[in-house]
Ligand binder design. Structure first.
Ligand SMILES: Cc1cc2nc3c(=O)[nH]c(=O)nc-3n(C[C@H](O)[C@H](O)[C@H](O)COP(=O)(O)OP(=O)(O)OC[C@H]3O[C@@H](n4cnc5c(N)ncnc54)[C@H](O)[C@@H]3O)c2cc1C
Length: 236
């Protein structure tokens, strides 16, 4: 267990029989109350661990049924009912050399981090040469996940990370917090001429708005893959 931010925690699970997963996949976690009531929620795999272990990062929604339990109550050694990893669409193929543009809103960075970790930009010399860019929209520096690790990985010329702070910018940065808009997006991402593969993940409204901006800017729709986490808020 690792606290990522004040409201998010990373859980490491061991799934007997698991032999790895594809970057971008998720698992379904089912909780069952003593009276038999069950709730199932999906959580993306954050890690790129070999073998039978994987990590999830869960953001607490204060009025949620499942996320507060996973963030505050589940303890080391507890058993969870988990199905998966599942999903064959929102996955990055590490053998694909095409440039990759990742766009995250809040906790939507989780499956994108699995892709970055699989890419191995900070590690092996024989890592793939596909350039990766991450545009990460977060409320504040304190609410960004994986900060130190992303900083380290971004020392590689193969990974560029751009943050957009919507509520609070880093102290002393001189920038004003603001929502992501189309010009800022288009300025930060790989150009149309690179024909990047897009992976966009976050709250539903964020994902749909960003995908629309990309299509309007001339990026082919068939290069854009999206994962919607739900929720009614979360515009860029
Ligand atoms: C494929 C997939 C992968 C996901 N991966 C992750 C992940 O890696 N980490 C993670 O933290 N979550 C992830 N989610 C979201 C997660 O499945 C739950 O929806 C979330 O944890 C809320 O569940 P809950 O039971 O706590 O809240 P609920 O009881 O379901 O909802 C409580 C309130 O929050 C609102 N709400 C629900 N979901 C969201 C949301 N995403 N944003 C804003 N408001 C919301 C509801 O409308 C409701 O008002 C993923 C969702 C999908 C579909």
């Amino acid at each position: 267990m690792r606290q990522e931010t004040g409201t998010a925690r990373t859980l490491r699970l061991r799934l007997p029989g698991l032999t790895g997963h594809r970057p971008g996949q998720h698992v379904d976690v089912r909780l069952t109350a003593p009276d038999g009531y069950t709730a199932v929620r999906s959580y993306s795999v954050a890690s790129a661990l070999p073998g039978d272990e994987l990590e999830l990062t869960v953001e607490e929604l204060a009025d949620g049924e499942v996320s507060p339990y996973l963030v505050h109550q589940v303890a080391a050694g507890d058993q969870l009912e988990v199905r998966g990893p599942v999903g064959g669409w929102f996955v990055w193929n590490p053998a694909d050399p095409a440039p990759v543009q990742l766009i995250a809103g809040g906790s939507g960075v989780v499956p994108l981090m699995a892709m970055i970790r699989s890419h191995g930009v900070g590690g092996s010399a024989d890592g793939y040469a596909a350039p990766f860019r991450l545009l990460y929209s977060v409320r504040s520096p304190a609410s960004a996940y994986y900060g130190t690790e992303l900083d380290d990985l971004a020392r590689s010329p193969l990974l560029t990370v751009t943050y957009v702070y919507t509520r609070e910018a880093p102290a002393g940065s001189g920038t004003t917090p603001r929502r992501l808009d189309a010009p800022t997006l288009l300025d930060a991402i790989l150009p149309v001429s690179d024909n990047p593969a897009f992976f966009i993940c976050g709250a539903t409204a964020f994902v749909e708005t960003v995908a629309d901006w990309l299509v309007q800017a001339g990026y082919p729709a068939d290069r854009i893959k999206t994962e919607r986490y739900g929720g009614t808020g979360g515009t860029p």
